[in-house]
Design a protein around this ligand. Structure first.
Ligand SMILES: [Zn+2]
Length: 279
């Protein structure tokens, strides 16, 4: 799934290409794509796209009074649509501009979870779907994170993926941040304290900066396999820091990757593959 670096760089790309273009038409192509009824998307017709912003893993198409909030989930993409076919493959919604160009939201795969919300811009952050997001991963201070760690009491990897705890990270960045912080992904957040929070905040900035630098140098959003990183989906490969073998604990929907030497005092955690069938 695209995470903060991919979504942020894509928002910047879309602003550069479509910023200022006037919306002529909004077309929901799939019935499940538009998640809100009020305000009507038509209220933005005739308005210029002020910018494409981001909150967590959401893209925010700001048309002044109203904003389209887009979540790509796993297989969603929002791209220029030069051919504008009537029934595009995987098509969810289309924004057509007065100059003839268009943006198309597609979702490939079977998840059917990508979607569009229309929200008033004034109060955007306090309305669904953005209202229950935690602080931005790149804005949180060590003190604030330490407070949230103490209040939650979950495994660090789970905390980092929880958008209500901290917004913008996903499975990849959770793995990369734990590795950079030299902390076990299975450490309880209650045990980390301010020292752990400082390490995690520093690791978030390093991981996000690396991802952003990579994404900003590309013409389009990268595919998952191309994104930079040290441990994510690299089980069996040498750790780029110490050379130990990167390990994996698998779950039904994701895997936790870690380096024993860097993160768990050399301890190899049970790769409980039966959990694939239990979860
Ligand atoms: Zn290592």
């Amino acid at each position: 799934m695209p995470e903060l670096p991919e979504v942020q760089a894509h928002a910047e790309r879309l602003t550069a290409e479509f910023g200022g273009a006037t919306l002529a038409k909004f077309t929901p192509i799939a019935f499940h794509a538009l998640k809100t009824v009020v305000p009507a998307p038509d209220a933005s017709l005739g308005q210029p796209l002020r910018q494409v912003g981001r909150r967590g893993k959401y893209l925010l198409l700001d048309f002044g009074a109203d904003t389209f909030v887009v979540h790509l989930m796993q297989g969603g993409r929002l791209k220029p649509d030069p051919k504008q076919p009537a029934r595009p493959k995987g098509g969810l919604a289309r924004w057509t501009f007065a100059d003839g160009r268009a943006l198309l939201l597609t979702e490939h795969g079977t998840e059917r979870r990508a979607g569009v919300w229309v929200s008033v811009t004034d109060g955007l952050l306090t309305r669904p779907p953005l209202d229950d997001l935690g602080p931005e991963a790149t804005d949180i201070t060590p003190e604030e994170l330490a407070e949230r760690f103490a209040a939650k009491g979950v495994r660090l990897h789970s905390f980092l993926r929880d958008q209500g705890a901290i917004a913008g990270l996903g499975r990849r960045q959770a793995n990369e941040v734990c590795h950079r912080a030299k902390l076990s992904p299975f450490a309880s957040t209650k045990s980390l304290g301010i020292d752990g929070a400082k390490k995690v905040v520093a690791a978030i900035h390093e991981a996000i900066d690396e991802g952003l630098a990579y994404e900003r140098g590309r013409p389009d959003m990268s595919s998952s396999a191309d994104r930079p990183g040290g441990v994510h989906h690299r089980a069996g490969q040498p750790c780029p820091v110490c050379g130990d073998t990167v390990r994996e604990v698998s779950y039904a929907k994701y895997s936790v990757n870690y380096c024993p030497t860097c993160q768990t005092n050399g301890k190899v955690l049970a790769d409980n593959t039966t959990s694939k069938f239990l979860k």
